[in-house]
Design a protein. Sequence first.
Length: 386
Amino acid sequence: MTLFSPLALRDVTLPNRIGVSPMCMYASSDGLVTDFHVAHLGRFALGGAGLVIAEATAVHPHGRISPFDAGLWSDEQIPGWRRIAALVSAAGAVPGVQLGHAGRRAAVREPWRAGAPLDAEDAASGFGPWPLVAPSALAAGLGHTVPAALTTEQISRSVQDWHDAATRAVTAGFRFVELHGAHGYLLHSFLSPVSNRRSDDYGGSAENRLRYPLEVVAAVRAAIGEGIPLSFRVSAVDGAEGGAGIDETVEMARRLADAGVDLIDTSSGGITTDRAVDTRIRRGFSFHADFSRRIRAEVGVPTATVGLVVDPEQASRLITHGDADLVLLGRQLLDDPNWPHHARIALGDDSHDSWDVRFGSALGPRARTLARLASSGESPLSRFGV
């Protein structure tokens, strides 16, 4: 098993173990994707990633993080996604989508506007706040709106929203579906004792707090069928006082796998908006690998790891040492969309065969010319006497 060996999940085989982590782009209008998304996601497929997971895509308009999030709550949103899924597939990658509901962390501004809660100024521009929902009426942090606690009837309707969005995802051509169960969003807020203070069948014990996420998993599995792999992103540790830790997450992963989840995508934190809480989770290179390794070893389910993976040898060893089955990159790919191709070269394959032939046929001879010039001592500045 190497970084560039295939990974089979149900009826889908990823051509390598490098995936694009979902990254919100805040570039949608009414949940519709744009030409920006086509270029943004298409370049990762052309860059050699085996799996391209589109950004957190809302299953309900009130589940958007910001007014500019993508969605799959309407059939009108299918054609745009179908174009992207077809492009990613044609480039040789597997098209995936992350379905999400932001819960009590919804209705905020973009990160470059501090991610602050939407207010009257936004409403005057037509982007006003909307009602927030959560397991309990507890705000995500200081200055954030207190959400309404979902009733059992509303929980049932929400499960249907996930089912319907997943159905649209399959119709659009996605062949990998991930559920966002991390970072304080709706699924995670049910899982964590920090945000779930319910006393009914959906709160209290770890088993009860898992009930709603398991209902969502069952509904989505029914929607996507038996052949499409289903991933679940977890916050392996809440990082907050009184929050869930890795022991509870291992048991949760076992239940998720039994319910039809094929991959645990391992992240952490985010249960509150208090960044001081998240700093309890040290952010170093490969900082989720210990979590993904433990879940993989103890549950026997494939895992993905994410978090400051920047170096080809680093990514390769995460796979060969058994830390994860899949390495997901986000900002590193924003910086270098061709990172997977460059990683192949760094790890010893300079054939350029993995590139689209329209690129590889030009870049291969160029690489050989550059190597010849370098061996002769010639540099780009030689003509200037440098």
